[in-house]
Write a protein that binds this ligand. Structure first.
Ligand SMILES: Nc1ncnc2c1ncn2[C@@H]1O[C@H](COP(=O)(O)OP(=O)(O)O)[C@@H](O)[C@H]1O
Ligand SMILES: [Mg+2]
Length: 630
């Protein structure tokens, strides 16, 4: 929602996250050209790898089209020459026939090249886009969890994803158009040079003003871009609020319709005015440029006439030159416009590239120590951890304990005491800033995250509701391509209580659990939780970590869950986070966290005997259950 909060009262907009964090558009012509070159190199790099054959074909067919431009102009002179001569009509026609045939052949060739170009162009952008997208997701999926809590990194990722990918297709299109224009300009220039070198100089008279005009007009678009993007984003946000399913219920309950509509109208109104202002400035600039270009044309024609009068060139050559000027002027405008588009989009492309480079560097520095198949001892030594961006505020501080394989441990403490954070560190999802989690004496920091994860089954505190089938919602617990394990799946579903839900679903295991799709089906919070537990059960691992698995469950489901956990816990090392102290009296050990510190640890009886914070909390809960508060 950055876009909303960033709006200041005078209507000015601060650059929001998805815009350029630390770079800006180049100002001068040469800086702009350098940026265009850089963006082209980046786009070409992506295209060359994702669709090499198409990229080469597009390039070659454009080059050939450029050659046909030059050839057509040259043959045009051959046609004009006999036409403007003094011979009779039949003789003229006989003389121009070969040149006309040649011109026809050139146009036929150009149609052929254009067709080849169009076909290859059609598949180039989608191929490149999907390849770039897959690369991005592949890189993102390998990134450590802690990076997602780092706002800078997360912004970079979002920019690469939202904007980089989005603008890639546009950049490819602009690059192709720019190349086409470049070859057309070059073709016209070569033809003029062959016809008469002096004509090449005359060409600049009408062409330069329209080229400069195009540069200025593009510049206006460009300078207004920051505002355009911000305003567009704002009006889109309100549009989404008005139409999304997630907001639909609360919006109606709070009668927030006028609020949304007003906000939208405000943003959309600014956007409209901004568009109109840009269009007017562009029209003015183009008008002035056309005026100068007209003067240029007049001058060029006058000079052509002077050349004819002095017999430097003939009428035919002058006519061919005028056609060439027109071709060059049109192509130059196209070149300028597309070069600017490319420069605009280069910022987004470099967002994408920057992210991919960072991801690649990270992948190269992955630790490689072998991970024990089934760790016999988990040691937590002097462990301190803070979240990225929360320097100085320790979520966990100086934690020390050791767990032997097969023990069942309960982590308890108030909200915010650090239980979930500790669970994630035990699972190797985060790296501590001080101290370590060690398996059989070796620091997890030296082991590959993927292999650590392979030994751990986690039921998260807020499990994901995967928008996929009921089956996929359990299978994702240990996804293996091609391998299916029906018996295990069924057992996990049964023990978690998910099976009875699945049996009630309209399409059973195949029912889509998401209302975002047609024929999708939504579940209640407690029902979703049973699927999360089923995933945890299905994912067979030596270490089990369950974070408040029973919080959204009714009493019956809670009892079943503890039974399943007890069965699962046999022979495994289990960590259970819960607030139901009554249910965990028989665990091997209770770790009591307070403000990120390990305040007490021991069995229930030991802690009650000690009569500390745990005992006080336990007595409070017992009172709560036996009293009548409302
Ligand atoms: N992603 C996060 N980024 C920053 N701080 C966080 C994040 N998650 C949790 N915290 C903070 O860390 C502390 C411990 O949180 P947590 O481990 O979730 O507590 P618990 O699970 O015991 O309720 C809290 O102060 C919380 O605000
Ligand atoms: Mg928690």
């Amino acid at each position: 929602m950055t876009g909303i909060e960033d709006r200041e009262d005078d209507g000015d907009l601060l650059p929001p996250y998805w815009r350029l964090a630390n770079q800006d558009l180049p100002k001068g012509l040469f800086a702009t050209l350098a940026r265009a070159r850089m963006a082209s190199a980046a786009v070409i790099d992506i295209v060359r790898h994702s669709a090499p054959r198409q990229a080469l074909t597009v390039f070659l067919s454009q080059l050939l089209i450029g050659v046909t431009v030059a050839a057509a102009l040259l043959f045009m002179n051959r046609i004009f020459e006999p036409l403007f001569s003094g011979a009779d009509v039949m003789a003229k026609l006989r003389a121009v026939a070969p040149a006309i045939m040649a011109l026809g052949a050139i146009f036929a060739l150009r149609i052929g090249f254009s067709f080849v170009l169009a076909i290859n162009k059609a598949s180039l952008a989608p191929k490149a886009r999907l390849a770039a997208e897959e690369q991005l997701y592949r890189a993102t999926l390998d990134i450590p969890l802690s990076d997602f809590d780092d706002p800078n990194f997360y912004d970079q990722l979002q920019r690469a994803r939202d904007r980089g990918i989005l603008h890639l297709e546009g950049s490819i299109a602009a690059l192709i158009e720019a190349f086409a224009a470049l070859f057309a300009v070059a073709g016209a220039m070569v033809a003029l040079f062959i016809l008469h070198p002096a004509l090449l100089l005359l060409m600049f008279l009408p062409v330069v003003p329209s080229g400069l005009g195009a540069i200025r007009a593009a510049r206006v678009q460009y300078d207004g871009m920051a505002k355009t993007v911000s305003l567009m984003r704002m009006s889109t946000i309100y549009g989404e609020m008005a139409t999304k399913r997630e907001t639909a219920a609360e919006l109606r309950a709070h009668q927030a319709q006028p609020f949304i509509l007003n906000k939208f109208r405000h943003a959309a109104g600014q956007l409209r005015d901004h568009y109109i202002a840009i269009a007017l400035r562009e029209a003015t600039i183009t008008g002035v440029a056309s005026l100068f270009s007209g003067v240029g044309w007049a001058l060029a024609v006058a000079l052509l006439l002077a050349m004819i009068v002095n017999s430097w060139i003939d009428l035919a050559l002058a006519s061919a030159a005028i056609v060439a000027f027109r071709v060059a002027a049109g192509a130059l405008e196209q070149l300028v416009t597309n070069a600017h588009t490319l420069v605009q989009k280069s910022l987004y492309i470099s967002d994408y590239q920057g992210f991919m480079d960072a991801a690649r560097r990270r992948a190269e520095t992955q630790p490689t120590r072998p991970v024990p198949r089934s760790p016999q001892r988990i040691g937590v030594h002097g462990l301190s951890f803070h979240y990225p961006g929360s320097e100085g505020r320790w979520a966990l501080e100086a934690i020390d304990f050791t767990v032997e394989a097969g023990e069942t441990i309960a982590l308890v403490g108030e909200n915010g005491s650090g239980k979930t954070t500790l669970a994630k560190l035990l699972a190797g999802l985060y790296r501590p800033q001080k101290g370590m989690v060690a398996w059989d004496g070796h620091d997890l920091a030296d082991m590959a995250p993927g292999e650590i994860a392979d030994r751990v089954s986690v039921v998260m505190q807020n499990p994901v509701r995967w928008p996929d089938s009921a089956r996929a919602n359990i299978e994702i617990g240990r996804y293996r391509e091609g391998v299916e394990n029906e018996e295990k799946l069924l057992r996990a579903a049964e023990q978690s209580g998910a099976l009875s839900i699945i049996e009630q679903l309209p399409r059973g295991w195949a029912t889509l659990l998401s209302r975002e799709f047609h024929a999708g089906h939504d579940l209640s919070g407690g029902q979703w939780q049973k699927f999360a537990i089923a995933r945890g059960l299905y994912r067979d691992c030596p270490i089990v970590i369950w974070d408040e698995p029973t919080a959204p469950l009714d009493a019956k489901a809670e009892k079943a869950t503890y039974e399943a956990l007890r069965r699962l816990g046999r022979g495994r090392t289990a960590f259970l986070i819960t607030h139901r102290l009554m249910s965990i009296r028989s665990v091997d050990r209770i770790l009591f966290l307070q403000d990120g510190r390990l305040a007490e640890q021991g069995s229930h009886d030991e802690l009650m005997e000690r009569d500390g914070a745990y005992a006080a909390l336990f007595r409070l809960q017992s009172e709560l259950y036996n009293s009548n508060l409302l």
